[in-house]
Write a protein that binds this ligand. Structure first.
Ligand code: FE2
Length: 284
């Protein structure tokens, strides 16, 4: 293969412990000073705690406009409720892919008083042409999300398609995202192909993975670290002497201006002001 087609590590980002919602302790990986965005990804938060004080406050009612929020739970349960009457439980292994579009007001609260709560929230941008689309949900429970088993690896496919043809249930042609949750056995290697022009990253949940950097040196990515990858088609990852679990996520960059205002992400500051004023006037 042409070496230009091999994806390498450009940079390693350490997640930053922070608090959001009503006192939820989390690790912010994308959306912090070291990595404000990785187009089209605007934010990645990881939460993992068995101490209820870290999560019990949850995320009471708050608005969104202009992008999608993707909640994927590994452990525990969350209750979701919005201002249009949608309500449901996100259980372990489930994904809720919410296209906020022109606006939604929702709450995301733990549906448990103790035990482990672990998962991720990813924000994916929408292009200017679709920021004001009608809100929409794509929700899949653990049994509806396929897992591809290889000899040494299992790949849970939430969206996109693996090189072996397993297709995830979530559809989003605007950014064509791949969202894979991968487990790799100790001392083994996995090679996977990705669309050449997508921005892509690896985020390690458990153990360590090694990849090559742009100098062809081996770099190791540990829990709570994110590796930004070069463009290319082929990615090779190796587990060391422990098994590992990581997210492999990729999406088509939008290459549009980004204006942020808390829970709103638009193209211009004027549009952010409009979103705040629509929210205050009950017109979200
Ligand atoms: Fe939210």
């Amino acid at each position: 293969m042409n070496p230009k087609n091999i994806r390498k590590v450009v940079n390693i980002i350490n997640g930053i412990p922070t608090t959001d919602g009503a006192g939820v302790e989390l690790v912010r990986v994308i959306g912090q000073s070291a990595l404000m965005e990785l187009d089209p990804f605007l934010l990645l938060d990881a939460f993992r705690s068995d101490n209820p004080d870290d999560y019990i406050g949850g995320f009471p009612a708050h608005p969104h406009r202009g992008f999608e929020t993707v909640t994927y739970l590994l452990n525990g349960r969350m209750r979701h409720k919005d201002n249009t009457g949608n309500e449901g439980i996100i259980a372990a292994g489930s994904v809720q892919w919410m296209t906020a579009g022109k606006g939604i007001i929702h709450s995301e609260m733990p549906e448990q008083e103790n035990g482990l709560l672990e998962g991720f929230q990813l924000w994916i941008n929408l292009p200017k042409s679709h920021k004001m689309t009608s809100p929409q949900y794509q929700e899949y429970d653990n049994d509806s999300i396929p897992t591809e088993d290889r000899n040494n690896a299992s790949i849970k496919v939430i969206s996109g398609k693996t090189s072996h043809g397993t297709q995830g249930p979530v559809e989003q042609p605007l950014t064509a995202p791949l969202y894979f949750d991968i487990q790799l056995e100790a001392n083994t290697t996995l090679t996977e192909t990705l669309p050449h022009e997508h921005n892509a990253f690896v985020y390690v949940i458990k153990g360590e993975v090694t990849l090559l950097d742009e100098k062809n040196e081996i770099v190791s990515i540990k829990r709570d670290q994110l590796a930004i990858l070069t463009k290319g088609e082929s990615l090779t990852l190796t587990a060391n002497d422990q098994s590992t679990q990581f997210l492999l996520i990729a999406g088509k960059p939008l290459n549009e201006p980004i204006a942020r205002g808390g829970p709103f992400v638009m193209n211009t500051q004027d549009e952010i002001q409009q979103a705040f004023s629509d929210y205050q006037n009950g017109q979200l």
